[in-house]
Design a protein. Structure first.
Lengths: 151, 120, 528
């Protein structure tokens, strides 16, 4: 029987080292193109969380305990939520979720169908993606740490 | 033509309800909750597919928009509703799994009919 | 008009910034959460005062100033539509939540993981506030789920005891199934009529009521009766409310089953399936829904809930479980008021019944908050909640016993306190409509009198072993109880003024004999 905190062998670890950055890049593509193709904040965040879980499973719990810092992930989650709320409050002079950046803003003002368009939507996608990634990885890491079986 | 998407959606809802009422393992109950949710999501998404002028609608992808002018797209509102509902389903699933693990630690069993210490 | 989005922004900002603030230490976190909930109370009071003075419905669109889209004639944006009923409930929710957070500053001192507790409490308050101000049916479902998930996590907060986990498992599985039923009803309504805005949906249902709208109404009302704790699906309530920490029990029993249960039933029946519009159409021989059947079904379940809830409260040994069953019984009164308001629509009887039901929602929130705070004080000082071991508490904790006497007298319905006015309105309307219902209501009151007298005699008895060493709890737990006692006494003395000036216009606006809920949206659609 394998002890509890071990990793999954050399072959799995090598393949994980190759695949985790590729999953990360694909997830970043899904987040960034949320206003043109199907995708967006939650889907991209869940994909990158898949990379995080692959790291947790392939490299074992002891390696993960050094790399993942719970307080840092909680703070990042809070910052993601605050950026989302701030993007919604930008046009508060008119109404609550008014898309000021699309109607008269500096950068996100291009024509419909290009990457730099649709007002505050790319900012909100990035904020939600960060929040979903940190939330899912902290939740699964907390479940993996739960080892209080009475024997 | 029988609309197979609606029949499948209702079949999934009924299977989920049957599993929720007649099975006793806690993990099977969690899976049954997710099956009911999946049936409702299928029902909601298939409401967005509509024929317009006899043309079949396509998926809403905007790159290369100029070549696609004129073809109708599927309705976007049911997709937003289902996306929100999937997020809610993921939250409920993770909370239910955490509670199941805690229940196994306290009661040493996963049988729901043994969780009967609060009575009266 | 401009202050309405701050009602949602403030708790959301407080909840999201809690992980950042709690890096700076415990004291800072407590100050922050009290400031955030106090600000929310001020904003809710301002919204209530604005709507009460001008007596018209406030419509706020998200995303642009006009809910109608470009070049089409129907609303496409999410709107928030607040009438007097919603504003009154928002004021009650923020008031009781502020007192519960003040109370839990001292009650939860011995627990760990407190930053998650305060985050979840703020998210629970945010969910309830979102439910009472929204005018869009899917937005209502999202806020309902936010509130429900926060309450599942808070019931199972003490996960080192078996009681919290068992109650959390039972509450969570039943609650999720009920939410799925509500979503099924919403999906059927959207598929048939193509819109999600409540006022526009009311117009479209009146034009074309089909079988699918009746099935959707059945699913919606069934799911919401699950969530409000009506008999025969009340079993989760008697396990979940005692297992939570006492400040959260006060919020659950006083606010969650009202905002997520009874308020939603009233809004769906009176706002979407408008009985006045349908009986108006029936006079012209056009196809219309008959809502009398639904009213009688609600009256039937309300009578069952009254009798069984209050009767099960008499035989309990556990103090918080007794209070939870008493909550089930009081929900029966509120549902009885709403049921009579549906079947007697348009008469004076229906108006009185609706006034009684709305008044009882506010009264019961305040009284149950006080009772659960007392239970929490007793548990915190003595260490047990079994009534057999708690005798003779009156000599050691006199202020707590006095508050309990006032709270029990208010919930039974004794005259100079606020419970008397709302119960009297429900008795009067049910006696005028059908005397059997009044007899059942009085039987329910007799059972609750028996239950609370039993607890009172236990408190005033001979001192037992465990209570020899206790004293009164600290300041942060006494001040909320004192505020609630003063509010109960003041509301009792001024009860007829409150009923005439606040509750009667609320019932009139809910009943909307002139279709005010729909008219407020029609103003945008080219002067209807």
């Amino acid at each position: 029987m394998r002890p509890q905190n071990s990793d999954m062998g050399l072959i799995v670890k090598t393949m994980a080292r190759a695949t985790i950055p590729l999953i990360g890049i694909f997830g970043a593509y899904v987040i960034a193109h949320g206003h043109i193709t199907p995708g967006g904040g939650f889907q991209g965040g869940a994909t990158i969380a898949g990379a995080g879980v692959l790291f947790l499973v392939a490299f074992g719990l002891s390696e993960a305990k050094e790399k993942i810092n719970k307080n840092f992930y909680s703070v990042l989650e809070g910052i993601g939520g605050l950026v989302f709320l701030a993007a919604g409050m930008l046009g508060l002079g008119v109404v609550f979720f008014y898309n000021v950046l699309w109607h008269k803003g500096p950068v996100f003002n291009g024509e419909a169908g290009t990457l730099l368009s649709a007002g505050y939507l790319p900012i909100m996608n990035l904020a939600v993606g960060l929040k979903v990634y940190t939330g899912l990885v902290s939740a699964l890491f907390a479940i993996a740490l739960f080892r209080r079986w009475k024997k | 033509m029988i609309a197979f998407q609606f029949v499948t959606a209702f079949l999934m809802i009924f299977m989920g309800l049957y599993a929720f009422l007649y099975k006793r393992n806690l993990i099977k109950l969690v899976l049954a909750l997710n099956l009911v949710d999946a049936g409702i999501h299928l029902l909601l998404i298939s409401l967005g597919y509509r024929l317009e002028n006899g043309l079949l609608p396509t998926a809403p992808i905007y790159t290369g928009y100029e070549t696609l002018k004129g073809t109708p797209m599927v309705g976007p509102i049911p997709q937003a509703l289902v996306l929100t509902s999937i997020v809610i389903g993921v939250c409920v699933l993770s909370l239910a799994m955490a509670l199941t693990i805690n229940a196994y630690q306290h009661y040493e069993t996963l049988d729901v009919s043994k969780l009967r210490r609060l009575r009266g | 008009m401009n202050v309405l989005p701050w009602l949602i922004i403030t708790p959301l900002f407080g909840a999201f910034s809690m992980p950042v603030i709690s890096l700076l230490g415990g004291k800072f976190r407590e100050h922050w959460v009290v400031i955030v909930s106090g600000l929310t109370l001020g904003i809710a009071a301002k919204v209530f005062y604005t709507i009460w003075k001008s007596n018209e419905i406030l419509v706020y669109t998200l995303g642009d100033t006009n809910p109608i889209g470009n070049g089409v004639k129907f609303p496409i944006r999410i709107i928030w539509e607040v009438d007097l009923f919603g504003a009154l409930l928002a004021l009650t929710i923020t008031f009781v939540s502020f007192l519960a957070i003040l109370y839990s500053l001292e009650y939860m001192k011995h627990d760990t993981g407190l930053d998650k507790y305060y985050t979840l409490t703020l998210v629970l308050e945010l969910g309830m506030l979102g439910i009472v101000i929204t005018g869009d049916i899917f937005n209502f479902y999202v806020f309902l789920e936010i509130m429900s998930i926060a309450s599942y996590a808070l019931v199972a907060f003490r996960n080192d005891t078996w009681e919290g986990i068992e109650a959390g498992v039972k509450y969570m599985f039943v609650g999720s199934l009920a939410s799925s039923f509500i979503l099924l009803g919403i999906a059927l309504l959207y598929g048939q009529y193509g819109t999600l805005t409540m006022a526009y949906l009311a117009m479209k249902i009146a034009e074309n009521p089909t079988l699918i709208s009746k099935v959707a109404l059945a699913f919606l009302v069934g799911g919401l009766l699950f969530k409000s704790g009506a008999v025969p699906v009340h079993m989760w309530l008697s396990d979940a409310h005692p297992a939570a920490p006492s400040s959260i029990s006060a919020m659950l029993s006083g606010l969650v089953i009202k905002a997520g249960g009874v308020y939603a039933i009233a809004r769906i029946i009176f706002g979407i399936f408008n009985p006045g519009l349908h009986s108006y159409l029936k006079a012209f021989d056009m196809p219309a829904l008959n809502l009398n059947t639904l009213g009688w079904i609600i009256i039937f379940f309300a009578c069952l809930t009254l009798v069984i809830g209050n009767a099960m409260a008499v035989v309990q040994n556990d103090m918080k479980r007794l209070f939870a069953f008493s909550s089930v019984g009081q929900i029966g009164y509120i549902l009885l008021g709403f049921g009579i308001g549906i079947v007697a629509y348009g008469d004076k009887i229906g108006e009185i019944a609706l006034t009684g039901a709305v008044y009882h929602i506010v009264n019961h929130a305040v009284i149950k908050g006080l009772l659960f705070f007392i239970a929490g004080a007793v548990i915190h000082q003595v260490g047990t909640k079994n009534l057999n071991e708690l005798s003779g508490l009156a000599r050691r904790m006199p202020f707590t016993t006095l508050s309990f006497i006032i709270g029990a007298a208010a919930i039974i319905g004794l005259p100079p306190l606020n419970g008397f006015a709302s119960k009297w309105l429900i008795y009067e309307s049910s006696a005028m409509y059908n005397p059997i219902l009044a007899v059942i209501a009085v039987i329910g009151t007799v059972f609750s009198l028996a239950a609370y007298t039993r607890v009172l005699f236990t408190f005033l008895g001979v001192e037992s072993e465990k209570v020899k060493m206790v004293k009164e709890p600290g300041n942060a737990m006494i001040v909320p109880m004192l505020v609630l006692v003063i509010i109960i006494l003041v509301m009792g003395i001024l009860s007829w003024q409150i009923s005439d000036k606040i509750m009667l216009p609320t019932a009139k606006m809910l009943e909307q004999l002139n279709g005010e809920y729909i008219m407020a949206l029609l103003k945008f659609m080219g002067g209807g």
